[in-house]
Ligand binder design. Sequence first.
Ligand code: IFM
Length: 460
Amino acid sequence: MSFTRDALPADFVIGSATAAYQIEGSPTAGGRGPSIWDDFTTVPGAIADGSTGEPADDHYNRAGEDIALMAGLGLDAYRFSISWSRIQPDGTGPANAEGVAFYRRLAEELIAQGITPYATLYHWDLPSALEAKGGWLARETADRFAEFARVTVEALGDLVTHWITLNEPWCSAFLGYASGVHAPGRRLGSEASHAAHHLLLGHGRAVAAIREVAPTATVGVTLNLYSVRAATESDADRDAARRIDGLQNRLFLDPVLRGSYPRDVLDDLGETAWFDEQPMTDAVEIAAAVDFLGINYYSRHTVRAGAGSDGSLAAGDASSNPGSEFVEMVDTGAPKTQMGWEVHPDGLLDVLRMANALAPSMPLYVTENGSAYDDAVVDGAVDDLDRRSYLEAHLAVCAAAVDEGLPLRGYFAWSLMDNFEWAYGYTRRFGLVYVDYATQQRTVKTSGRWLAGLLGGSLA
Ligand code: IFM
């Protein structure tokens, strides 16, 4: 296979993505307040290698060098996230000037290099002060998020015109509040769906706030979607697929794009009554018109009904799929990345079609797609052929999607550089650029060199 850029429209955006906590380091610099990830990383056993987000990639001090790398790669755009607690150290109030200054310098330098900034407002790092008040289980947090969106767009909206409210609210809600494998580490089972609702309400209110402050801004939200299929045609396995598709995809797609929750999923969760008690106007707010949908796609789920699907299993409180704990992921034997995630490029087409079926003219972006492999520097080079193939195969699917008529407008590789992979710490590398954490030396991997070749970049 040899993919070339002319397989995609000339205005198709190709960039890379990162997130604040995963790359910035410097957790107290410039008046930054603590976030739930600063707290969670101190919990014994929470992070595989006992690490924290300090120093990560020391990007807070090396942003100029990293933007030069992006320019060398030939990227059209860069998707980064804004640390809420750099802007509002306590999660509320006026913008912290030093935090704003950091992101203004970043955006100015990107623009100077011809790279369009795409900013995500919430990539999982809730200010600790808000978690102390209930975090995303508290309805009030939706208002705090809208306030954060407002002050941030007021401060940066002359430079940044592309905004993403939330990144992967499924992870924030269910990894954070159901299984507790992510911050804030709470294990509440189905009650995590209340966090999902408040995240979505926050999204809707943030969209409204951004529209007031910056009426011409382009605003979207990013969901992590999966291609889900049943292992067999049995009723039980098909029901397992319905449940996981429901929790992962429809619980988020439906309210954002159609203005209502899927009842079957609320029933699976045992939360229909709670959702029915919420103000009717919430649905309207959550369905605030967006300009695009961001989709993070990594893998496919093949599922079956495991032991306990007959109801004999007591509801577990530490599953990321509350109410459907008995559903098992099936190993199809297909190649996997170091995360254990099956490599299945065609699943990207499935999720693009899924979103398009719900909102036919909605512009779509792949806001993340990438792979972790156990990279090593050998003679000054990182020959990550698996990642290069993964990237090439998924870009080829993007071209097929565009050819099919899907309104796919761009693709962001996860990630620009190796970084703090949440509960896995630094044990998983997703970057196009290798980072030696001891020296902070960056080495562009073969995958990055391949992308630079595609994009006409000029690497040293
Ligand atoms: O590193 C994460 C990112 O923060 C969100 N999406 C998935 C990536 C890989 O796990």
